[in-house]
Design a binder for this molecule. Structure first.
Ligand code: NAP
Length: 275
């Protein structure tokens, strides 16, 4: 079984982002935050640190956990109109009553480096150029890096969120995979996932995918990040059990996560260089 290492690939993508950032005016990413959630704030700090490492400026606009939807929307509109901001993202979770999808409409699609505006998802579905959500793009980047054939192969995506499962299904379809999307109402999940040549778990339930869910030799990508009691992270896939069946598998942490952050930076560098 091959472990698909995301850290190596992330370093290569960050190097590309750095080279692209150096080729034009300094790119600037703005991250709008309205939460006190520690894991989320940690993630934003890690983006800012990675951005600094590749010469991308990163402004964290922290509105606090009591921000109103109007305040968040106005902030996104202002940053969308600011010519000095090239990439713009809205961090979740948001305060009760605020909908990320509704608010993301205010993000200019040309700055929508995390593919959050429903217009970006629509363009992706229509096969038009758009920024894909960085996590969905990270799954494709890992599959490409490890030269996993997609054309004509059966891909099963478990999870249908607008940030991961749905955009990923479109990206895989574009690459000529035969795509099935499973979710919480799917009956007998294992009977579906076991048909996959490429299986992606994007659910948020530790250990949901066991050895019985995986066909021998399948490539398994674990998007799930579930906190463990000891303060660490674990995926949706039971790594130990599945490693005896799968042909290749991403670890958590160290798989999709680092590639996601690196791609956000590359998207920002590209947004800054858009004609
Ligand atoms: P989400 O919005 O909660 O969506 C979860 C999806 O899983 C839903 O479509 C849900 O189905 C489905 N689901 C729930 N229980 C299921 C079950 N028992 N069997 C099959 N499907 C089930 O989550 P998300 O935002 O897509 O995130 C998914 C996971 O990825 C989380 O662990 C998150 O932390 C992680 N994540 C990681 C990264 C990264 O960079 N590594 C980035 C983003 C997210 P329904 O639609 O029917 O409810």
């Amino acid at each position: 079984m091959k472990t698909l290492n995301g850290r190596e690939l992330a370093a290569a993508i960050r190097a590309q982002a750095g080279a692209e950032a150096a080729a034009g005016p300094q790119p600037r990413l703005a991250v709008v935050v309205a939460t006190a959630d520690e894991a989320s704030l940690w993630y934003v700090r890690s983006i800012a640190k990675a951005a600094a490492g590749v010469g991308i400026a990163c402004d964290v606009v922290d509105l606090g956990p009591d921000a109103s939807p109007d305040q968040i929307g106005e902030t996104l509109s202002r940053l969308s109109a600011d010519p000095n901001v090239h990439g713009l993202m809205l961090q979740t979770p948001l305060p009760a009553g605020a909908s990320a999808q509704e608010l993301a409409i205010a993000i200019d699609p040309r700055k929508d480096v995390d593919g959050a505006n429903p217009l970006s998802l629509g363009r992706l579905a229509a096969g038009l150029p758009a920024f894909a959500p960085a996590t969905a793009a990270a799954v494709l980047a890992l599959l490409d890096h490890y030269e996993v054939e997609l054309r004509g192969r059966r891909a099963v995506v478990v999870g249908r969120s607008t940030v991961v499962g749905k955009p990923l299904a479109h990206l895989l379809l574009d690459r000529h995979a035969t795509v099935t999307v499973a979710h919480s109402r799917t009956r007998d999940l294992a009977s579906v996932t076991v048909t996959a040549d490429v299986l992606v778990a994007a659910v948020g339930r530790a250990g949901l995918i066991g050895a019985d869910h995986v066909a021998p030799g399948a490539v398994v990508i674990d998007v799930g990040t579930n906190p463990t009691d000891d303060g660490g992270l674990t995926g949706d896939v039971d790594f130990e059990a599945v490693s005896h069946v799968a042909g290749a598998l991403t670890p958590v942490p160290g798989g999709v996560g680092p590639v996601t952050t690196a791609l956000l930076l590359r998207h920002t560098a590209r947004a800054a260089n858009l004609p």
